[in-house]
Ligand binder design. Sequence first.
Ligand code: NDP
Ligand code: MG
Length: 407
Amino acid sequence: MTKRNLCILGSTGSIGQSTLDVVRRHPDRFEIEALSANSSVELIVKQCLEFKPKTVVLVSTEHAELLKESLNSLNLNNILVLSGEQALIDIASSSTVDTVMAAIVGASGLMPTLSAVRAGKRVLLANKEALVTSGEIFIDAVKESGAELLPIDSEHNAIFQCLPSLEQSRLGDCQLESAGVSKILLTGSGGPFRELSLEELESVTPEQACAHPNWDMGKKISVDSATMMNKGLEFIEAKWLFNLTEDDIQVVLHPQSTIHSMVQYKDGSVLAQMGNPDMRTPIAHALSFPERIESGVEPFDFFNTPSFDFQAPDFKKYPNLKLAIDACKLGQGACTALNAANEVSVDAFLNKQIKFTQIAEINETSMKKFVSDKVVEINDVIEIDQKARQFALSLISEGQIASVDIQ
Ligand code: NDP
Ligand code: MG
């Protein structure tokens, strides 16, 4: 068996660590070529000791220097340590790498992920913000380079698994109508605040928002799950991955997160992918596709499982979900601005600068401001992203949103 040579962008995050946990179970299948992190030096040192990558990239030179010192003291000075965005772009497109796990959080992952796509790699896409923020440009790059795109997001991975192989082989250019598909059912748990009233949502804390009932994830996506912006970003992600219109996708609340999404066919069949909510399943699926390998996930136990519930989402409780669906209809400028503003507002909420309910206010004002900005090339994306971030930051610092009173 030929080994796959992996580059893991964001190896210290939740997805990065789950990826390494699957890799650890299959030393005969995978070789770690490159790892990257923002600033988690201690953790990446441990990963270097165990997986012996050839190259490691940290975002800042300061963290890279700290890493070099630690590796020297461990006699691991044959590992090349680099820093900066260009180094991330380089490892993602290196000729020694054939598979890239794109698991950086946020739009910071855009250029490295796009670099892997342009270099025609097998790209395991966890970094949904990269696709949301660049849309057609990203998909056109996939088509041009012949990159093999495989979704890691559990919903999109589930949908992928429920599609015929011809459609699986042409992500970004699927023809689902001719494949007999009538609807894509995108499931979501509704997050930790599903049972709270609108008034109660005013005073929820970052700690409560990050305690997701079913999934163990990084902080940003945990808050996005609580606001359901995550489902909104996934709505946009699904549109691009499966070449859909907004009317083809329906969001379904399913609190137990056992079904990870479904595909409804013209003949009345509904194919669902289900299992325990553990990201190692989609990661193992994509790493070994089209084969199946052990992931470490417990087998699903049907005799000890709660009932399956389904509800329509309440847009009053989840205004961010509505905003993202609106942005999807409005066009790329709106999607890019919404994604950027959301990164800023979620960060401000995590730092207790704004209330949970103000995330949607900042997002909406920012999205509307840039809705008619045109996106033709990648520099337009970067420009709108930066302008929307500045604008959202100014809303927070100038107190242009309803008064903030955070404990
Ligand atoms: P985490 O916050 O746990 O990890 C993020 C990773 O990216 C870390 O390795 C972090 O390094 C690195 N990073 C952070 N900022 C930067 C930056 N500016 N430049 C380069 N690297 C950076 O996130 P998750 O693993 O939860 O999520 C990663 C992506 O996967 C997101 O796009 C998310 O939406 C998506 N996803 C996640 C799921 C999950 O279950 N967690 C499910 C589906 C999708 P450091 O540790 O040093 O900060
Ligand atoms: Mg998901």
